[in-house]
Write a protein that binds this ligand. Structure first.
Ligand code: SF4
Length: 478
């Protein structure tokens, strides 16, 4: 079915997000059935620039025979608050309309954001009625709301809004080869060999300056996260230089995303142990050799078992990532991967649902994993199997373009939550980021505001602008 959307409001992109949730059952098209969403404030129907000067607003959706109207009292609300309430209500109304014409309801209802748990925490803190708000107002299913509220509960003891604590992120946007679904800005090692040494040298200088900044600002570091790319793609020597430069930072958690089993060696595990790393990832994504081969992972399932066994000789907590809906995988294939991961008993298992993003080889090849029911069956199976093995869900996020409007969920063994994952998903902490593509963040809870400062994405531009990056960062954290 096709709709032609018009609106007098500035929420057009948000309405498009709702329509996209129902893709491919509903598409937007000039020749489609007209659907108009009008927002009037005290009978003023123009584009409103300051909602705080009005007392009430009326939202009307008209499409063919369908008409729905809702009034909203916005007396005393700020412009920003009025806008957000109006946007939410009109998205719910549009969701109801499309659900009524398609007969489809979605597990996350009218939620389009990537952080449902953040919204849940905030609603609970402000109004104490998050569960009812999600199920009754936002149209989130009971199952999804149960998951969200469970996760929020499982974060207790780690979830914090302490502005004196920060997280430290280091980006190494390099990988040994490129998986077909990868959309990270990760350069293939073989193609940028000559850049690695200067990049590592500059990265270490940035880390040293960031350490000074932490001390001057009297921040306490909660966690360090070294991600990418795959940081363990670096040579033993370069890897040691970067990781040991972080060893002097006092913190509660130090994670290195080792990711690809073919990049992990005993020497690198020793380096991590010697530098105080507490947590690593060894990511199978799938335990099926055909799949590993077809998506270009560059390692076999046997290598996952071997590397995992070797890493278990150390005291690291280990996370394993799996992906549902990899090309040509059946439910049976995916179940096998989940069962193998559970048998190995890592401390965390994270289940992602494949999202075809701009920049991935699959996107370029127009791969369409249009199988919402299969994705839902995979996610349901993983949840049941992982939870019945004693794991608890502790963080989640959604992605645009994700199969079946589902979620990515991280599970933990009791007491093994990753602090960094929670802080990032809930946007609770300031982040000091180093490296190309790193995004520093300052969180001001009392003002409900987050400021961001991005380092250049490309390694080449990053290396050209060392001085400017330093000046900007000092100003940002000053
Ligand atoms: S291992 Fe990760 S970073 Fe490397 S190509 Fe695959 S998805 Fe991308």
């Amino acid at each position: 079915m096709e709709l032609k959307l018009t609106t007098n409001s500035t929420f057009e992109m948000d309405f498009m997000d709702i329509i996209r949730l129902f893709s491919p059952h509903i598409e937007v098209c000039e020749q489609g059935l007209p659907c108009d969403i009008e927002i009037k404030c005290c009978e003023n129907a123009g584009k409103i620039t300051d909602y705080s000067t009005y007392n009430n607003a009326k939202i009307t959706i008209k499409s063919g025979e369908y008409i729905a109207c809702e009034n909203l009292d916005i007396t005393g609300l700020s412009d920003i608050k009025s806008k957000s309430e109006l946007k939410r209500l009109s998205k719910v109304m549009l969701y109801d309309y499309i659900a009524s014409i398609t007969g489809i309801t979605l597990p996350y209802g009218s939620l389009t954001g990537i952080r449902p748990t953040k919204l849940y925490h905030e609603r609970q803190a402000d109004n104490g009625d998050a569960y009812e708000y999600f199920t009754n107002f936002l149209r989130v299913s009971k199952e999804s709301t149960d998951l969200i509220s469970n996760i929020c509960e499982n974060q207790q003891g780690i979830y914090s809004l302490d502005e004196s604590e920060v997280d430290f992120f280091v980006n190494i946007p390099i990988c040994v080869s490129r998986c077909s679904y990868c959309s990270f800005i990760a350069a293939e090692l073989g193609k940028i060999k000559h850049w690695v040494a200067p990049y590592v040298a500059q990265l270490i200088r940035e880390i040293e300056r960031a350490k000074k900044l932490v001390n001057q600002s009297s921040y306490k570091v909660r966690s360090i996260y070294v991600g990418g790319g795959t940081p363990t793609s670096l040579s033993e020597k370069d890897f040691r230089r970067v990781i040991s430069s972080l060893a002097s930072i006092e913190c509660d958690e130090f994670t290195v995303e080792a990711g690809r089993p073919d990049t992990i060696s005993r020497e690198k595990l020793d380096t991590m142990r010697d530098s105080g790393v507490t947590r690593i990832s060894i990511n199978p994504q799938s335990f099926n050799d055909n799949t590993l081969d077809s998506v270009g992972r560059g390692h076999s399932s046997q290598m996952i078992y071997d590397v995992y066994k070797m890493a278990r000789e150390y005291t690291f907590d280990i996370n394993m990532d799996l992906i549902a809906m990899l090309p040509d995988e059946s439910l049976q294939d995916f179940k096998y991967s989940v069962d193998e991961a559970v048998k190995l008993a890592p401390d965390n298992i994270t289940v992602h649902t494949l999202a075809i993003k701009k920049g991935s080889k699959l996107k370029l090849a127009s791969y369409d994993n249009n199988g919402d029911d299969l994705a839902a069956s995979m996610v349901d199976y993983s949840r049941a199997a992982i939870e019945s093995a004693g794991y608890k869900p502790y963080y989640m996020y959604k992605q645009k373009y994700m199969s079946g409007n589902l979620d990515n969920t991280g599970y933990m063994k009791e007491g093994k939550a990753c602090i960094y994952n929670i802080d990032i998903m809930e946007e609770t902490h300031t982040v000091i980021a180093c490296g190309a593509g790193g995004i520093s963040k300052r969180v001001f809870h009392s003002e409900g505001r987050i400021e961001r400062l991005a380092n250049p994405k490309g390694m080449d531009v990053y290396m050209e602008r060392e001085e400017k990056i330093d000046v900007d960062k000092n100003k940002f954290f000053g």
